[in-house]
Every structure is written in C-alpha cells, then in structure tokens.
Design a protein around this ligand. Sequence first.
Ligand code: TYD
Length: 134
Amino acid sequence: TIYNCNVIEFPKIHNRAGNITPLNGLTDIPFEIKRVYYLYDVPGGETRGGHAHHNLYQLIIAVSGSFDVVLDDGKNKKTITLNRPNYGLYIIPGIWRDLVNFSSGSVLLVLASEKYDEKDYIRDYPQFLHLKND
Ligand code: TYD
C-alpha cells in the first residue's frame, strides 16, 4: 500500500564549500540500482508519471527544485512534496504515481531496481484498479 512508500533521509556531508549526499545501493537504498534516469526541462503546469509498475522499485529525489508525487494504491491517495536533495521517496511495485507541480528548473532523479521494460508498466488507470481489486 502507499503506507509502505516512505521518505528516506540520506546523509549530508556538509562543509563551507557545499554538500555531498552519497547513495549506496542496498545500504542507503533498499534495492540494487540497475538504472538511473532524470527528468528535467519539464514545462510549467505539465504533469508526468501517470502509471504504475508490476515489479519495479524506485527511489525519487528532487536533486534541484521541487515537485509533488501523488501516490495511489487503488484505495488511498497521498501527496508527498519533495524539495530537498537529501531526501528520497521510496516507491514499491503496484503504486500509481502522478508527478505534478514541478518548480521551474527542477530536476527529478530516479534510481530504479530494473532496466527499462515497457511490459512492466500499467498505464491504464481502470486496468490498474482492476488489478488492485481482485
Ligand atoms: P515514462 O516512464 O512514461 O515517463 P514519466 O513517468 O516520467 O512521465 O517514459 C516516457 C518515455 O520515455 C516512454 O516512451 C519510454 C521512455 N523511457 C525509456 O526509454 N527508458 C527509460 O528508462 C524511461 C524511464 C523512459
């Protein structure tokens, strides 16, 4: 359920010259990272996401700027605002997500447990609800 998707705080190595946040697969992040991608140049007012996954685990980070992630498990919804580079949202399989309210210049980093596979996507919302409710 959405209550198993939590925000994780990562270490911040801070000095007068700035910050570093390291992310180690399997220790800082609950899965082995097989893919990294990032979303950027999202036009104002645009929404992304709009799908769920069968098997994919993801960790989403606002490395710059901010946006909201709307999580939906077919029963409950919850909106999480990401706006700090040392926090990440862990999303388990079977959760519908919409990405909204991108600030201008924001960068959304995704760490993923699997390589890209279109067959792993559920892009039809009625089909998602059907899968969740049987
Ligand atoms: P999608 O995951 O639907 O984007 P978002 O959830 O950010 O709105 O992907 C958009 C397109 O990009 C889709 O046609 C597939 C392609 N894509 C890849 O080829 N490889 C990838 O790793 C990802 C994430 C997307």
